[in-house]
Design a protein around this ligand. Structure first.
Ligand code: ZN
Length: 127
């Protein structure tokens, strides 16, 4: 099964291809997705639940975004604080969502009927 969504992630000056591929046997490790930062390709395994697939896609997109904003490999991570992480994450999300509206509509599209949301509001507070 293939998920329907744009197969490209724009970051402004270049773009990443999004490829759906069976990753179950890759190097004997169970992988749901990964990004190749040298070839600019995001690989996602479509054989997972829709909600997990979307989560994997968001995960890989965030790897691309944080890499773009200077957070590379784990062994190159600088000491970072809340304000810095919040600022780059906020800027990164606004930029990525602006450049890729349809991709983020797919990622955040509703999975379950709204009953589960209604239940939150139906709980009566202690009065
Ligand atoms: Zn990861």
């Amino acid at each position: 099964m293939e998920f329907k969504h744009p197969d490209i992630l724009h970051i402004g000056f270049k773009s990443y291809k999004i490829v759906q591929k069976d990753l179950s046997d890759e190097d004997g490790v169970e992988l749901y997705g990964y990004v190749d930062l040298t070839t600019n390709v995001i690989y996602l395994d479509p054989s997972q639940e829709s909600i997990d697939y979307k989560g994997t896609m968001l995960h890989e997109i965030l790897h691309v975004g944080f890499n773009l904003f200077g957070l590379g490999d784990d062994d190159e991570m600088p000491g970072i604080r809340n304000e810095f992480l919040t600022t780059i994450t906020s800027n990164m999300m606004q930029m990525l969502v602006t450049l890729n509206p349809e991709l983020f509509e797919f990622i955040f599209s509703r999975e379950t009927p709204p009953e589960s949301v209604e239940n939150v509001y139906n709980i009566k507070s202690n009065e």
